[in-house]
Design a protein around this ligand. Structure first.
Ligand SMILES: [Zn+2]
Length: 444
């Protein structure tokens, strides 16, 4: 990604101007990206050769060809580029992996920062972390909101809720997950969590495919959901089994962080999800990551993939440490059919991968691969892009600020060298990422 140094300097000047005038809004000049194909993230017809007016970190206007830029605006010629909303990684984890190592000890501010930078290099402007964060994430998020940290926006579920000696395994790095065994303990834990002001709440309710492991007592997760809703927090559930999904849907969960994979979704689940407006983040790449690296597909030689690998990961994937999970091949096939069925039925679908939870879930690359898998499942490129932008924003409850190129939203933009509507893999031809109206510098 080549980013113009002059623009960053200008952005700095903009900030100073914004603070200097009595009427900052009027004092700060606009920046106008000109000559671009605009994909709004909401499924609207693309605008050819249009322009995007940005002021004070927000989109002020999206204009057709020939519109007059505001007086005094700084013009940025991006002829031939495509601009879409920055990707939202709808299910991710930060800090757990580090090269060929993984575990709770790796979750440090330095490692989290490094990984956020990697997501930025891959065009991701928002990262939603489902339940494995350590408390320093709240300081980072506060710095970010104060404008002191220019990195992808952190959306955090803080510490999630799991089962003692069950899911999610402590050995995977999930050491700070609450594991209450009584209703009273749930209430205390929720109180601690809510005091830190998470963006949502994560629950793991199933046995991770191990029938010797206990699932979460439904009475406990019902209490988590009830308490979370009282505080205005959405609840996302790890899910695998259709029966769990139905029970969770009846019990008020707001979104699923994975696909239903044990069997096809049925009319009852579809009806429940539509009635209760439950979002669905299928994480197809997670299933693929359990086996695909043993097959050595051609794309493993692509620079776009190789650049995403931490030192040591390539060797790790070729070693016995990478254990192929055969059942995941069937899981992926089921998951692809299920996301298509749900999408066709009108359930809101998002884009997530569970990247960063384990070594084979390659942050940044996984998100682009997921877009390709969504189209392989039957979504159009436009629908896949919507899932990764406005779809995720709505599901996560951040659509007031993000996920679409419309006036008023934060100017988090992905600038591409080619049109992803022609070929979804063109999201990999990244020219630049703009966060809050400023192009990121020095990421590549
Ligand atoms: Zn996860």
């Amino acid at each position: 990604m080549r980013l113009p140094t002059k623009l960053a300097a200008m952005a700095g000047a903009l900030c100073m101007l914004a603070g200097a005038g009595a009427n900052a809004q009027a004092a700060s000049p606009a920046t106008v990206l000109q000559g671009v194909r605009i994909i709004d993230g909401q499924g609207g017809a693309p605008i050819e050769n249009g322009s995007i007016v940005i002021r004070d970190g927000r989109i002020e206007a999206v204009q057709p060809q020939g519109a007059t830029p505001p007086a005094g605006a700084r013009l940025v010629d991006l002829r031939g580029k495509t601009v879409m909303p920055a990707l939202i990684a709808g299910h991710a984890h930060l800090g757990i992996t580090n090269g060929a190592k993984s575990g709770a000890a790796e979750i440090t501010p330095a490692n989290v920062t490094r990984q956020l930078q990697k997501y930025a290099r891959y065009g991701v402007g928002t990262v939603a972390v489902f339940g494995t964060d350590h408390d320093f994430i709240y300081r980072m998020r506060a710095d970010q909101r104060a404008g002191k940290l220019t990195l992808p926006t952190i959306v955090t579920a803080g510490h999630g809720f799991g089962v003692p000696h069950g899911a999610p395994p402590v050995a995977m790095g999930m050491d700070q997950v609450y594991r209450p065994t009584t209703i009273e303990a749930v209430r205390k834990d929720i109180e601690k969590l809510a005091a830190r002001k998470p963006d949502l709440v994560k629950i793991w309710v199933d046995d991770f495919g191990d029938d010797k492991t206990k699932k979460m007592d439904p009475a406990l997760y019902r209490e988590v959901i009830r308490e979370a809703h009282q505080r205005g927090l959405k609840v996302v559930a790890h899910v695998y089994y259709l029966e769990d999904a139905k029970r969770l849907a009846r019990d008020g969960v707001d979104l699923f962080g994975h696909s239903v994979r044990d069997r096809p979704v049925d009319a009852e689940l579809i009806a429940l999800m539509k009635e209760k407006n439950i979002g669905y983040i299928p994480t197809l790449q997670l299933d693929e990551a359990f086996f695909v690296y043993a097959d050595k597909p051609d794309w493993m030689q692509d620079r776009f993939f190789r650049d995403a690998l931490d030192p040591g990961v390539e060797a790790w994937l070729a070693s016995p440490a990478y254990k192929v999970k055969q059942v995941s091949k069937q899981d992926l096939a089921t998951a692809k059919a299920n996301v298509l069925a749900l999408h066709k039925a009108g359930v809101r679908v998002g884009m997530g991968t569970d990247s960063g939870a384990t070594i084979p879930r390659i942050q940044g690359f996984a998100e682009h691969r997921e877009l390709e898998l969504l189209t392989a499942a039957g979504l159009t490129p436009m629908q896949a892009l919507q899932a990764a932008t406005s779809g995720n924003a709505a599901i996560l409850g951040i659509d007031g600020e993000r996920g679409a190129l419309v006036p008023g939203k934060q100017a988090d933009l992905l600038v591409l060298d080619a049109n992803p509507l022609d070929d979804i893999r063109n999201t990999r031809k990244i020219h630049a990422l703009w966060l809050r109206g400023v192009p990121l510098e020095g990421l590549r």
